[in-house]
Design a protein around this ligand. Structure first.
Ligand SMILES: NC(=O)c1ccc[n+]([C@@H]2O[C@H](COP(=O)([O-])OP(=O)(O)OC[C@H]3O[C@@H](n4cnc5c(N)ncnc54)[C@H](O)[C@@H]3O)[C@@H](O)[C@H]2O)c1
Ligand SMILES: O=c1ccn([C@@H]2O[C@H](COP(=O)(O)OP(=O)(O)O[C@H]3O[C@H](CO)[C@H](O)[C@H](O)[C@H]3O)[C@@H](O)[C@H]2O)c(=O)[nH]1
Length: 364
């Protein structure tokens, strides 16, 4: 590569094969896989806000080029493509990898477990191999609460709880965590496995949001049901042993997860680690519905439905160790505030990223 090309307009970026290197500057360069997706794009925003250089790799199967800032190189590639990965690490000097790109739906993993275990593990290993060959020493893995069999009493799950996945998605992430232990022991690739609980909400400015096709996550579905943009919300399970019979999750704001990644990158200077990331507060499906109704001022039409395969009754995190070790803490603690950010995004982008004009995007 010679002199950097100017960043191309959005329409061209979807076809872009290998963008120009980031211009030289100070600070680190981070490779964010899945950086056009929900949590990845918010993390790119946080990295850029503190002045870091970022390269995004995403094949856009779920992600959106519009979610990647115009001046951030976007490599449109599948992690299965090892030659492209090697090219990325030879084009840029990558200081750390943040690995978000994965198959990540609990329900789908219970109908296609082999694909989940194979693709998630193989793609992560392709990436780790390219990182090691490229001299990269830090790797942050998007892991999950689905690693755990929740305690019967519904108490918060600590970082040192023994993993016991209840679905193939969780198993695939545990396989990656295990394999990366060996990448550290043998190759010195330090890894932070961040087990997020339920990521939710959106950028408070309403620039970035959650836009999946199909959407499976509770809060955006409840919002669209309130708006009459989809059928009534199916409540998966009303006979759980919880305060109102619906399942309990720990909803953590996506911007708090993004800031946790910045803290984890610093934490990796000390060595490999694994942490649970949540708020420590459990919320039922019914309580989420009530919050959407308060924030939107609209009724959320609902219907009772059977439990979804692989769904535990209660998943709540203990993340005090991460807070003690790094000083990080979740800032968006009120459910209504969190839901309001998702509502704000939907108001401003009724059709998701498609609502956003490309010209405006390229500018910011
Ligand atoms: N959303 C949650 O509540 C949650 C909770 C725990 C863990 N996680 C994990 O966090 C990560 C990000 O989740 P998300 O909700 O932002 O998902 P997302 O689907 O919005 O983002 C994932 C991105 O990765 C890309 N991608 C997927 N497979 C790819 C491949 N083979 N090659 C290149 N790009 C690929 C997609 O196009 C998408 O842009 C995932 O690894 C997920 O397992 C998410
Ligand atoms: O239409 C819906 C959608 C969801 N739910 C319920 O709402 C809760 C949250 O479901 P989501 O689909 O929003 O999120 P999950 O808990 O299934 O999974 C999310 O968090 C997990 C960790 O807790 C994983 O990491 C996963 O990647 C991520 O999608 C669950 O009890 C689910 O059964 C419904 O009742 N109806």
């Amino acid at each position: 590569m010679t002199a950097p090309d100017p960043i191309r307009p959005l329409a061209d970026r979807r076809q872009q094969q290998m963008p120009a290197p980031v211009p030289a500057g100070t600070g680190s360069t981070y490779l964010v896989t899945g950086g056009a997706g929900f949590i990845g794009s918010h993390t790119v925003q946080a990295l850029r806000a503190r002045g870091d250089r970022v390269v995004v790799l995403d094949d856009l199967r779920q992600g959106h080029a519009e979610a990647v800032p115009a001046d951030v190189p976007l490599v449109v590639a599948d992690l299965a493509d090892r030659a492209r990965l090697a090219e990325v690490f030879s084009t840029w000097k990558i200081d750390a990898v943040l690995h978000f790109a994965a198959l990540s739906l609990v329900g789908e993993s219970m109908t296609d477990p082999i694909r989940y275990c194979r693709d998630n593990l193989a793609n992560a290993m392709n990436l780790a191999e390219a990182a090691v060959a490229g001299g990269c020493r830090r790797f942050v893995l998007s892991s999950t609460a689905a690693l755990f069999l929740p305690p019967e009493d519904g108490s918060p799950i600590a970082d040192d709880a023994v993993p016991n996945p209840q679905n193939a998605y969780g198993e695939s992430k545990y396989l990656i965590e295990r394999a990366l232990v060996w990448a550290d022991k043998v190759h010195g690739l330090r890894t932070a496995a961040l087990r997020y609980f339920n990521a939710a909400g959106c950028d408070p400015e309403g620039v970035l949001g959650e836009d999946h096709d199909p959407e499976t996550h509770l809060i955006p579905i409840a919002i669209d049901a309130a708006l009459g943009r989809r059928p009534p919300l199916a409540i998966f399970g009303t006979d759980y042993p919880t305060r109102d019979g619906t399942a309990i999750r720990d909803y953590i704001h996506v911007c708090d997860l993004a800031s946790a990644h910045l803290a984890a990158l610093d934490r990796l200077e000390v060595g490999s680690c694994r942490y649970n990331l949540g708020t420590g507060t459990g919320t039922t499906v019914q309580e989420v519905v009530a919050a959407v109704e308060r924030v939107s001022g609209r009724k959320v039409p609902v219907r009772d439905a059977p439990r979804r395969a692989g769904d535990p009754a209660v998943l709540v995190a203990r993340s005090d160790r991460f807070q003690i070790d790094t000083g990080w803490e979740p800032r968006m603690r009120r459910l209504d505030d969190l839901v309001a950010t998702a509502w704000n995004w939907r108001q401003r982008h009724p059709d998701g990223y498609r609502s956003r004009p490309a010209a405006k995007l390229a500018a910011g």
